[in-house]
Design a binder for this molecule. Structure first.
Ligand code: AOF
Ligand code: ZN
Length: 333
């Protein structure tokens, strides 16, 4: 199952809004075939593993990190292929919460005499597919925030200067841009930094989302309006020539993104946007330098209520990057 999860990760940036799924077939204690969901609309992991197999699959075991599907989607049901292949045991990490599947896959396999075990590496599997699990059940994108700040938690000093708070960690930052399907910033950040918001470590570009209520970026030569990636603007003053929607509050913005098939959003700032979306955050990527400002702008300046025991964050990862700290915190996973 560890191998299945590793294989599933190869689909990062390629399968959304579908889940990341890997499959491994074992016979007589040996791995005889593997497969993964390679791209959106493509074959599912199980189908690829079964098609890749060169041996007779009777009495073999299948390991897959998500319940095999039992519905006709863009591809026929994986359960049918598993049943006809002769595989006799299936190990699944987690059920597929997609209402079209959700237990029906397991039921179908069992009805056909296949032994099914559920729960192997379930925590890892749930974390891997945290975006899909939220998107499919809550009909709203998964929200991640990214902030670089001083050790005392400021993103600018008291004069508004923000240069060189942390050395941007290229690998982590750009892997995040490949992992999440969209990236959001506010109009002030766009004007101040003129960011490209593209993925430049070999992954694909996220959809760029700009919150520009008053249209202050319109008609300007800015990197976010170049041709390298799709850009969606939210504004009260939408103009032609751009993909623009009138929503301005976080809830309606997220709902609109969901309806556009966008399963996740990485929010990079500034403080107004981070504060507005704090309540919706499913995870945060926090970079701390060892600088102190004493005073300045907090990324969450506008948040009114911080303490909600039911929605506390759990620390997922802590890294020392030279003289800086990278912290990943997650909730609800
Ligand atoms: C699996 N293995 O590798 C994937 C699954 O439109 P389709 O046919 O691609 O179906 C998409 C749905 O199928 C998706 O929402 C999820 O419930 C399941 N995806 N299932 O067993 C896979 N990608
Ligand atoms: Zn399937």
């Amino acid at each position: 199952m560890k191998l299945a999860i590793e294989l599933a990760k190869k689909g990062i940036g390629k399968v959304s809004p579908n889940p990341l799924v890997g499959a491994v077939i074992v016979k007589n204690g040996k791995v005889i075939s593997t497969g993964y969901h390679e791209k959106y609309g493509g074959f599912h992991a199980e189908r690829n593993a079964i098609l890749n197999a060169k041996e007779d699959l009777r009495n073999s075991e299948l390991y897959v990190n998500l319940e095999p599907c039992s519905h006709h989607g863009k591809t026929p049901p994986c359960t049918d292929l598993i049943i006809s292949s002769g595989i006799s045991k299936v190990y699944i990490s987690i059920l597929d919460p997609n209402p079209l599947v959700n237990g029906k896959g397991v039921k179908k396999l069992r009805e056909n005499g296949i032994e099914v075990h559920i729960g192997l590496l379930k925590d890892e599997a749930r974390y891997l597919n945290r975006v899909f699990l939220k998107y499919i059940t809550q009909k709203i994108p998964y929200v991640a925030l990214k902030v670089a700040m001083t050790l005392d938690g400021f993103i600018t000093d008291s004069l508004g200067n923000s240069k060189w708070i942390t050395k941007e960690n290229f690998e982590i930052s750009h892997s995040l841009r490949n992992f999440f399907s969209s990236i959001m910033v506010g109009a002030n950040t766009v004007l101040k930094d003129n960011p490209r918001l593209t993925c430049r470590n070999g992954g694909r570009n996220p959809v760029r989302v700009v919150l520009d209520k008053n249209g202050i970026t319109f008609g300007k030569e800015l990197n976010i309006y170049d041709e390298t990636a799709r850009t969606i603007v939210f504004s009260k003053n939408c103009i032609n020539k751009m993909e623009c929607y009138p929503e301005t509050d976080p809830e309606s913005i997220l709902k609109r993104l969901y309806s556009l098939g966008i399963d996740s959003v990485l929010i990079e700032g500034g403080a107004d946007v981070l504060s507005q979306f704090f309540d919706y955050a499913d995870e945060m990527h926090l970079f701390y330098s060892t600088k102190f400002f004493g005073n300045g702008l907090s990324p969450f300046k506008g948040v009114k209520k911080f303490v909600d025991e039911k929605r506390a964050f759990n620390i997922r990862k802590v890294l020392k990057l030279n003289n800086e700290i990278y912290l990943e915190v997650v909730r609800n996973v």
